[in-house]
Design a protein around this ligand. Structure first.
Ligand code: ATP
Ligand code: MG
Length: 567
């Protein structure tokens, strides 16, 4: 491509709301333009990167025997009613009616559509397993679209769905897909980690996320210092605590604690470790057509993990409550405890089951109980894992220590089981001629998010640094002075040679200052720029390596060979 003809509208200014490097550089370097909140146009450079990612995905999917399809983006709302997800997905699901008053949604994910495609078409175990995938625009009316391509409303997802006759076969496919996804990310040149994940609204049992490691990532992941264990903080587990602080000795008693409302104040007042205090987090839990106040109890040294709280209550949403709302139920903020279960629903962290020597609110102004033995609650109370793991907690799989790092979720794979096939009545005949629901897996990968993730991991202050497999053009030929015939001649012949060798090459043939053109090349992030400049009179040109920013002198008659060696 000739830079003089290319549609690459670079700018000095980044969008005013852009904070992330990927958002700033993809906008400034002319890869994307924003249309409205969470909606982007992909310009030629972005299209080329996307195509490269898609090619790698297609190659790896072919190797595991998955077949590409493309399903309608506009999907009948009836299917979503059949699966029951029309409510669960809430406002993210964009609904609309056609001229005949039929209700449709823009597909945010395609489980229902895939099950509908396969039901009554695949009818025998002999045709299983089957793995179908597509690379397709998705729409989710995200509450807070942000960070450019990272969290759009319209975005590109690669989504695969597998159908099996047995759980063993699903397990095999799940492992094969995990391996394929790892291969894809490795080929893209990304540093990533596969972690255990929360299954969220899609449901199912086993679920793993593929996280690209980046400080700007929205997800916190807990990783073990010793073993392979890694988990999204939403799903992370820990071993029982080892170095338990010394327990306060006290008989069960009510104690006057004037104005002592926070855990810090409480621990200080009684001179105990917060481990022996009970923290109450009151929330309003929203269901399909009602809501209620729920009191979540965790140890004072822990925090409530919202995703776990969602799962424990089957909530559609969890929102904050005011002190007035609590007062209406007769609850006293700062002094709420788990012993009186009549005023609101309780969910108590499993770590508090049978906990002794505890201090908790007495549900009375300025009063706490001491010497509480939580085992008195075991019969009646609802216990669930709702506490967030803390950095320094012990790994659930070994005696290593958990540390936190940030990640960008670029893929999510699930063992769905029969959730959707049962809901949509999709069955096959097994070896004994008995009708059975398909056992399913689902595997998503964020293609447009990957474009941003590559830049998050590979950039510097001057712009993008594309990896070899993702670069829109791998070589940029810079003719320093377009009026110098010798420079032009060499540039053009190298351009022709590289094109013949099927190298993705750009030639910067613009009548601009050298400095301006180099800045532009750095912003776009071509891995290599061949600089044909003044030294050509001495038979020398340079190769600029975008990653190391080093320039290497090369004999001009060796340049083609040298470039081919680099690739
Ligand atoms: P997130 O937690 O980031 O909202 P999700 O868990 O809702 O994502 P999935 O339903 O697992 O997403 O979708 C599969 C993949 O699609 C994700 O792993 C992610 O890479 C991508 N993806 C999801 N939502 C978006 C979005 N709004 N913009 C870009 N990519 C997205
Ligand atoms: Mg996910």
């Amino acid at each position: 491509m000739r830079r003089s003809k290319a549609f690459i509208p670079t700018t000095k200014e980044a969008p005013s709301d852009a904070q992330l490097a990927s958002h700033i550089f993809l906008s400034r370097a002319g890869f994307v333009t924003q249309v409205a909140s969470g909606l982007y146009n992909y310009l030629p450079l972005a299209k080329r990167v996307i195509r490269k990612i898609e090619n790698i995905i297609n190659e790896e999917m072919a190797k595991v025997g998955a077949q590409e399809v493309e399903l309608s983006f506009v999907t009948p709302a009836d299917l979503w009613a059949e699966s029951g997800r029309i409510e669960k997905f809430g406002k993210e699901l964009l609904r609309f009616k056609d001229r005949k008053n039929n209700l449709f949604v823009l597909g945010p994910t395609h489980e229902e559509m895939m099950v509908d495609l396969v039901r009554n078409r695949v009818t025998s175990y002999k045709n299983l397993p089957l793995n179908l995938y597509q690379i397709k625009t998705k729409f989710r009316d995200e509450a807070r679209p942000r960070f450019g391509l990272m969290r759009g409303r319209e975005f590109i997802m690669k989504d695969a769905y597998s159908f099996h006759a047995s759980n063993e076969d699903l397990d095999r496919e799940f492992d094969a897909m995990e391996a394929a996804y790892k291969k894809i990310l490795t080929r893209l040149g990304l540093d990533f980690r596969v972690v255990e994940a929360d299954s969220g609204a899609i449901g199912g049992s086993g679920s793993k996320e593929l996280m690209v490691i980046a400080d700007s990532g929205e997800d916190t992941i807990a990783v073990c210092s010793k073993c392979e264990y890694g988990a999204n903080i939403e799903a992370a587990k820990r071993s029982a605590r080892g170095n338990i602080p010394e327990a306060p000795e006290a008989e069960f008693n009510k104690f006057l604690t004037p104005n002592i409302k926070t855990i810090d104040e409480l621990a200080e007042f009684f001179k105990v470790d917060a481990y022996y205090t009970v923290k109450c987090v009151a929330k309003r839990v929203v269901y399909a057509d009602e809501s209620e106040i729920v009191l979540f109890f965790v140890r004072g040294c822990d925090n409530l993990q919202e995703a776990k709280a969602h799962n424990a209550t089957d909530a559609l949403d969890i929102v904050d409550v005011t002190e007035e709302e609590l007062a209406e139920l007769g609850l006293v903020p700062g002094f709420i405890g788990p012993l009186d279960q009549d005023k609101a629903k309780h969910v108590i962290d499993s770590d508090l089951k049978n906990a002794a020597h505890m201090i908790c609110g007495a549900n009375e102004v300025d009063n706490h109980f001491v010497g509480v033995d939580m085992s008195v609650l075991s019969e009646t109370a609802y216990f669930a894992d709702i506490a967030e793991v803390n950095e320094g907690d012990i790994c659930p799989d070994c005696d290593g220590v958990l540390t936190f790092t940030k990640g960008i979720e670029v893929g999510h794979i699930f063992k769905l089981g029969t959730t959707y096939s049962e809901a949509l009545n999709a069955k096959f005949l097994d070896e004994n001629g008995k009708a059975q629901p398909f056992i399913m897996g689902t595997y998503g990968m964020g293609v447009s998010r990957l474009v941003a993730a590559v830049v998050e991991q590979h950039h510097d202050d001057n712009g993008c640094i594309w990896t070899k497999e993702t670069a829109p053009y791998i070589v940029n030929i810079m003719i320093s002075n377009i009026k110098d015939e010798a420079q032009v001649a060499l540039g053009e012949s190298l351009y022709a040679q590289l094109q013949d060798a099927n190298v993705d090459v750009m030639i910067d043939d613009r009548k601009e200052r050298f400095g301006f053109k180099m800045k532009d090349a750095e912003l776009i992030g071509f891995p290599y720029t061949v600089i044909i400049g003044k030294e050509l009179v001495n038979g020398e040109v340079q190769i600029f390596d975008r990653k190391s920013t080093e320039k290497t002198a090369v004999k001009s008659d060796m340049i083609f060979t040298k470039v081919m060696e680099l690739l």
